[in-house]
Design a protein around this ligand. Structure first.
Ligand code: B12
Length: 212
């Protein structure tokens, strides 16, 4: 579909000024919001990351692409939250692991989980392990979710888990992890129950926890 290609290009080239109009056009024309997120926005971010990795694009290009995606999400977010959102099925504490500043994927997971009726406690980026512990004590969530995009800072995951164990709350929650470099194997290695490779998958896994 041409409009999905146009939104893909606008994201990949960081055209944050033009992207809102394109997203509106797509929605008015009946394009599903999920398709815009998966086929245009997320797909373009992968291309940008690959090109950054190979030296074809630079940091400002990544920042502009991120801004374009975030601008597009402002239009799409309200559409992803259905009437389910009124139900409050459970609580998820979520944050980007210590040392990591990436939050676009985390925010997408939040949007999808809110759309499924979860209350979200968003701890933000570069979250210290103790903040997760404090949030578990305060909000008594069913799920604690870590987002991580850097292979280096994913190395902090054991520290995050140990903090929960030391505080005696690890067994009171189901853990989840995700982010581009994360795999099922990685999750298994640390005994993390939930892994999903996209935001809809994450929300589906969260639902299984509260429906069991
Ligand atoms: C945008 C971006 C940035 C932006 C971030 C803006 C922001 N507000 O987030 C900026 C420009 C700030 C940035 C900075 C850096 N970045 Co960067 N960045 C990216 C890029 C291009 C896209 C990431 C993204 O938003 N993707 C779109 C979202 C939707 O996808 P996602 O995050 O994977 O999330 C989805 C799933 O993974 C899943 N998910 C996510 N979280 C969770 C959590 C749970 C619980 C579950 C179940 C699922 C789940 O659902 C999401 C939705 O479908 C990636 C490339 C890539 N391929 O990932 C590089 C990338 C991650 N960055 C990289 C690097 C190296 C950096 C820098 C170190 C660069 C530098 N030299 O300074 C810094 C790091 C700063 C820091 N300390 O964090 C590398 C990491 C390499 C590695 N192996 O570690 C990548 C892979 C680029 C590359 N190829 O080199 N970056």
């Amino acid at each position: 579909m041409a409009i999905l290609d146009d939104i893909y290009q606008a994201t990949a080239t960081g055209n944050y000024k033009g992207i809102k109009a394109l997203v509106k056009e797509a929605i008015d024309g009946g394009t599903a919001p999920h398709d815009i997120v998966n086929k245009s926005l997320s797909a373009a971010m992968i291309e940008v990351g690959d090109k950054f990795g190979s030296g074809e694009l630079y940091m400002p290009d990544m920042l502009l692409a991120a801004k374009a995606m975030q601008t597009a999400m402002e239009e799409i977010k309200p559409l992803l939250k259905g009437k389910e959102a009124m139900l409050e099925k459970g609580t998820v504490v979520i944050g980007t692991v210590k040392g990591d500043l990436h939050d676009i994927g985390k925010n997408l997971v939040i949007t999808m989980a809110e759309g499924q009726g979860f209350k979200i406690v968003d701890l933000g980026i570069d979250v210290d392990p103790i903040k997760f512990v404090d949030a578990v004590k305060e909000y008594k969530p069913q799920i604690v979710a870590f987002s991580g995009l850097l292979t280096t800072t994913l190395g902090n995951i054991p520290e995050h888990i140990k903090a929960l164990e030391d505080a005696g709350v690890r067994d009171k929650v189901v853990l989840a992890v995700g982010g581009a470099p994360v795999t099922r194997d990685f999750a298994d290695r640390y005994g993390i129950e939930i892994y999903a490779d996209d935001a809809s998958g994450a929300a589906k896994e969260f639902l299984k926890v509260v429906e069991n």
